[in-house]
Structure formats: structure tokens, C-alpha cells
Design a binder for this molecule. Structure first.
Ligand SMILES: Cc1cc2nc3c(=O)[nH]c(=O)nc-3n(C[C@H](O)[C@H](O)[C@H](O)COP(=O)(O)OP(=O)(O)OC[C@H]3O[C@@H](n4cnc5c(N)ncnc54)[C@H](O)[C@@H]3O)c2cc1C
Length: 525
């Protein structure tokens, strides 16, 4: 998405001199994805002058044009397979994302941005660097769901409760939904809270038929219309306040803390000049995406925190999660011709593991996003993706690799993550559920996953710097402020103590909004 006029002006105004000038801004936000752009918007609206540092590369228009041209020529002369093979040479991880072909340059270069995993435990770390982050990838899923009371305080005791009072997140969810302009319906499902909607949807005839087939087969299935929104342009709105500065190609490498344990600023590398810079402010929002933010905490060592900010708890780098993802595609009966649905439109089957009952019997389970669309006069296209909850376990972890560094000389992550036997069992249940679903709606599957994709590929990675009530067991306090660095807030998925089976971004946005309010109130005393 090209920058709007106010954001373009803010980008022009943020020269290197301005970005490093002490006193020009009150807060620094690291990362301009979902979390960072929401933080920038709310902090500027509250009257703060904000500098956003984003690692997204700055490419000259000539270089971008020649790259588009050469990709276009390769596709035309040698075909899509040759283009994909070419992309895999530098992006062998990123090309595993289904959305890569829609925005190849938004994803990182795996040669420049490496990481390490044990040979038998792959983790597919999908990373986008650029304004808007992953939210602005053209094929983004656009799904937004709240976590419910059972997700935030799991009754099975297998993960700690979130450090929130019952209903405490509701106003912040409502704020995020309002800012997104969410479309959907009020569904009154006990274990999936309703959202505040800007657009109330009615099912199309195809969706209504699909809902009927699913409900007729299972008493406990709740086939809802998916709740979705077009990508928000929070940064443009923030820039319109006149209080936003944005520096692209600004790769944060360390958070600085003073002797009293208060955050002092951010050390960053300017991609264009290759020089190390400092941005000083009493308030820092770290929003670089879950694993990048944890990497930065691990890199931020001081005499008070020799193993990184938040490491004294033993929780930093631990409890990594990603959804257990399985997909199925197939061909259904012919449908009446309909224009292609709006991107993000689908049915959502929350807790489809409980489809035979009226309520989920166990506290962890899976949901399914499903769509069936007109393909041609002979058949319809069916696709379904199931997302299962992964438990936060200490052995699923990240740490700094002692040797390997990225293209900017910054130590990289060593990621060690695997599914437990229970999660592999759940994956088998997910595969069975997808088969049954296809059967119920008269679809012949052409592709069905028997085993889960490696962790990471669901793109819902979270944990590794969790929030909690107890500084001995968590990295962040209940308002996302780092116990070891007051004034430093981490509000991306790193903070999640557990993940539910819902897509994470709405919760990231709600927590960011709540943390902004807390930071603002704390600053005013
Ligand atoms: C194809 C696809 C579909 C998805 N569909 C859904 C969906 O339907 N629903 C849902 O809830 N989620 C979905 N997700 C996941 C969702 O996009 C993420 O949960 C969300 O974007 C996370 O927001 P974030 O701000 O934490 O990180 P990101 O969006 O990844 O943004 C991180 C930002 O930090 C910047 N950054 C990184 N490192 C540094 C550094 N060292 N210094 C400075 N800046 C840095 C990057 O440039 C980037 O702008 C999808 C993801 C993908 C890729």
C-alpha cells in the first residue's frame, strides 16, 4: 500500500538528523506492523510526538521498477515455476508462505536475515519488513476474533491465566474493532465473544447453504460468518495529527536502560548509511513482531540484566507457540454464478473439535475457516484451514546463536520448537475433521494434510516474553510494561501467555491500545 499524503510527508521530514535529535519526540515505537502502527496512532492522538523506527528497506524507484520488470520477464519467458525457483535462491523460507507470490519483496531475504534451528525440528519463521508489516500483505486473511473467558483463564491449569480481570479487555477489543471497521454478525456463541461491528453482514445464498449443511450434520457446530476488515491505515491517520515521524530502513538492535532501570532509548542501524544511531525517549513501544521483539530483549544486556531485559524471570525466550495448521482443498458441486467474494469473507467454525456437542468439553481445541466459491459451470472451489491451539511449553524456545550474525552484524536467533504428542494427536483430529467437513458439504478433496505444517507456517507465532502478575515468572507486567525496564512496553504476540485457537491480531491490537492508555496515564502521574 503506497503511503498516503500525510505519511509521505512524515517520511520526508524524518531525515537522519531529525531521527537522532534528542528532544524532537516523546516516544519511540519499534516496528510499524499491526502493533506498532496502532501504538503510533493512539500515542500521537494522545498528544505525544512519536518516532517510528521500521526495518523495512528503502528501495529506489529505479531498483523497484527494474526488479518488477525482470520478474515479469522471467514469468513470461520461463514460466511461474522458474520464477519460484529463482525466488527460492534467496527466500527459501519465505517462499513457504502462501502469500509470498503476491508481495515477494515485502518478505525478508533469508540470506540477509538468517536464523538457526535443529536439523530435525524445522520452524518456518515468516517475516515481513515494511510499513504495515504483515497486515498489508495482499493475500492477508483479514480475520479478527476475540479470545473468550476460557481462553484467558484456562480451566485445565495447563497454562497460566492471563493477568487480566474478567471482562477487562472488552473495551480495548471494542476500540480495536471500531478502528478496524469490522464486518460480521452478532452470533451469541458462549465460547467466542461477539465483537463490536461497523458492518453487519447477511449470508450470501452460497454461505447460507453451506451453513445449513454443516448445522444439519452436527448439533454442536456453529458455522458463523467470518469477522473481517480491510487493512487499516493507522500510520496515515497518525501522521495526520502532525506529531508523527517515521524512519524506514531503521533496524533496531538494542534497547537502552539507565542505571535506575528506566528505558532510555533505542540503538538502531541506519540501512542507508550503514551507521549506528541512537533514538532517546522516556517511552519505548517494542512492536517488531513476537520473535524479533524477543530477539531485541535478548540483545539488550546491561549490568542489571546481563542475559537480556526480562531474563531474570527465566521466561524470556521460552513458551513459544504457533497454531497447529492443516489445510484442505477440493471441488464441490456446481454453484450459481456469483462474483468472487470480498477478500476475508469466509465461514468460521469456532471450536470445531466440539462439533458433536453443544459446548466444548475440553479447554483446548481448534477452529476452521472455510469457503466455497463459484469456480465454473462444472464445479465450485472449496478450501478450509484448521488452526489448533498449541500449549506454551518452556522447551519451545529461542535464544541468541553464539556465532551467526545477520547482514547487519546482529546476532541471530536459534529457534527450537516442536509439537508435543498431544498436539500431534490433535493434528490428526483436525485432519479427520476436515475430511468430515468436506463430506458433509458434498466436496471431493483434491488435497488434504495428514500431518501439520511445521510450526511457524501458521504465521500466528506468539509467546517468548509473556505477561504475568509475578516478575519471577514473566517478562512483562499486566500492562505489557517490562518488569526490568520501566517505560518499555512490548505489545506484539511475544506477550501472550497462551493463544486460544483464534487468530491473534485482534488481541495484539487490544493489548496495544490498553498499554498506550497505561503509558499515557503513567506519564501524567
Ligand atoms: C499471509 C498472512 C495472513 C495472515 N492472516 C491473518 C488473519 O487472518 N488474522 C490474524 O489475526 N492474523 C493473520 N496473520 C498474522 C498477522 O499478520 C500477525 O499476527 C500480525 O501482523 C502481527 O503484527 P505485529 O505488529 O506483531 O508484527 P508484523 O506485522 O510482522 O510487523 C512487524 C514490524 O516490525 C518491523 N521490524 C521487525 N524487526 C525490526 C527491527 N529490528 N527494527 C525495526 N523494525 C523492525 C517490521 O518491518 C514490521 O513492520 C497473517 C499473516 C500472514 C503473513
Amino acid at each position: 500500500m503506497p503511503p498516503g499524503p500525510a505519511l509521505a510527508a512524515a517520511l520526508r521530514a524524518t531525515t537522519l538528523e531529525v531521527a537522532r535529535a534528542t528532544g524532537r519526540y516523546d516516544a519511540v515505537v519499534v516496528g510499524a506492523g499491526a502493533a506498532g502502527s496502532m501504538a503510533a496512532l493512539l500515542l500521537t492522538e494522545a498528544g505525544l510526538r512519536v518516532l517510528v523506527l521500521d526495518a523495512g528497506m528503502v528501495r529506489s524507484p529505479i531498483r523497484s521498477f527494474s526488479r518488477r520488470l525482470s520478474r515479469g520477464l522471467t514469468r513470461r519467458l520461463l514460466g511461474t515455476a522458474a520464477l519460484a525457483a529463482l525466488d527460492r535462491r534467496r527466500q527459501w523460507i519465505q517462499t513457504q508462505c502462501y502469500a509470498h507470490p503476491f508481495a515477494p519483496d515485502a518478505f525478508v531475504d533469508d540470506l540477509d536475515c538468517p536464523y538457526v534451528t535443529p536439523a530435525d525440528r524445522p520452524f518456518v519463521w515468516l517475516r515481513v519488513r515494511g510499513l504495515g508489516g504483515r497486515l498489508h500483505i495482499p493475500a492477508h486473511g483479514r480475520q479478527y476474533y476475540r479470545l473468550g473467558p476460557d481462553d484467558l483463564a484456562p480451566a485445565d491449569g495447563l497454562s497460566p491465566p492471563w493477568p487480566l480481570q474478567s471482562g477487562e479487555l472488552d473495551p480495548w477489543y471494542a476500540l480495536a474493532e471500531h478502528r478496524l471497521g469490522l464486518a460480521g454478525r452478532r452470533d451469541n456463541v458462549p465460547w467466542l465473544p461477539d465483537s463490536e461491528l461497523s458492518i453487519v453482514l447477511e449470508p450470501t445464498p452460497i454461505e447460507a447453504a453451506l451453513q445449513r449443511s454443516i448445522s444439519a450434520r452436527w448439533a454442536g457446530a456453529r458455522p458463523l460468518l467470518g469477522r473481517f476488515a480491510v487493512p487499516p491505515d493507522f500510520l496515515e491517520a497518525a501522521a495526520q495529527t502532525g506529531r508523527l515521524l517515521v524512519r524506514r530502513g531503521a533496524i533496531a538492535r538494542e534497547i537502552e536502560v539507565d542505571g535506575s532501570g528506566r528505558v532510555r532509548g533505542v540503538v538502531w542501524i541506519d540501512q542507508q548509511s550503514g551507521t549506528e544511531q541512537r533514538a532517546c525517549a522516556p517511552l519505548v513501544f517494542l512492536c517488531a513482531s513476537a520473535l524479533e521483539s524477543t530477539r531485541l530483549l535478548l540483545l539488550s544486556r546491561s549490568p542489571r540484566s546481563p542475559a537480556g531485559l526480562g531474563a531474570t524471570s527465566g521466561a524470556l525466550g521460552r513458551y513459544l507457540m504457533d497454531h497447529i495448521r492443516l489445510v484442505a482443498n477440493g471441488k464441490g458441486p456446481p454453484l450459481p454464478p456469483e462474483p468472487p467474494p470480498e477478500q476475508g469473507r469466509c465461514l468460521y467454525l469456532p471450536r470445531f473439535d466440539a462439533r458433536d456437542l453443544s459446548m466444548p468439553g475440553q479447554s483446548r481445541g481448534f477452529g476452521v475457516q472455510v469457503s466455497e466459491v463459484f469456480a465454473d459451470a462444472g464445479a465450485s472451489d472449496f478450501s478450509a484451514a484448521s488452526y489448533g491451539e498449541m500449549l506454551p511449553r518452556p522447551e519451545n524456545s529461542v535464544m541468541l546463536d553464539p556465532k551467526l550474525r545477520d547482514a547487519w552484524g546482529i546476532p541471530v536467533l536459534r529457534i527450537d520448537c516442536r509439537y508435543s504428542p498431544t498436539e500431534l494427536l490433535r493434528a490428526r483430529e483436525q485432519s479427520t475433521a476436515l475430511r468430515e467437513l468436506a463430506d458433509a458439504v458434498g466436496v471431493t478433496l483434491t488435497e488434504i494434510a495428514e500431518a501439520p505444517d511445521p510450526p511457524g507456517i501458521a504465521n500466528h507465532e506468539c509467546g517468548t516474553a509473556r505477561m504475568g502478575d509475578d516478575p519471577a515468572k514473566s517478562v512483562l507486567d499486566p500492562y505489557n510494561e517490562c518488569w526490568d525496564a520501566r517505560g518499555l512496553y512490548v505489545t506484539d504476540g511475544a506477550c501472550f501467555p497462551s493463544q486460544g485457537s483464534q487468530n491473534p491480531t485482534l488481541t495484539i491490537l487490544a493489548l496495544t491500545a490498553r498499554a498506550c492508555d497505561h503509558a499515557f496515564r503513567s506519564a501524567r502521574g
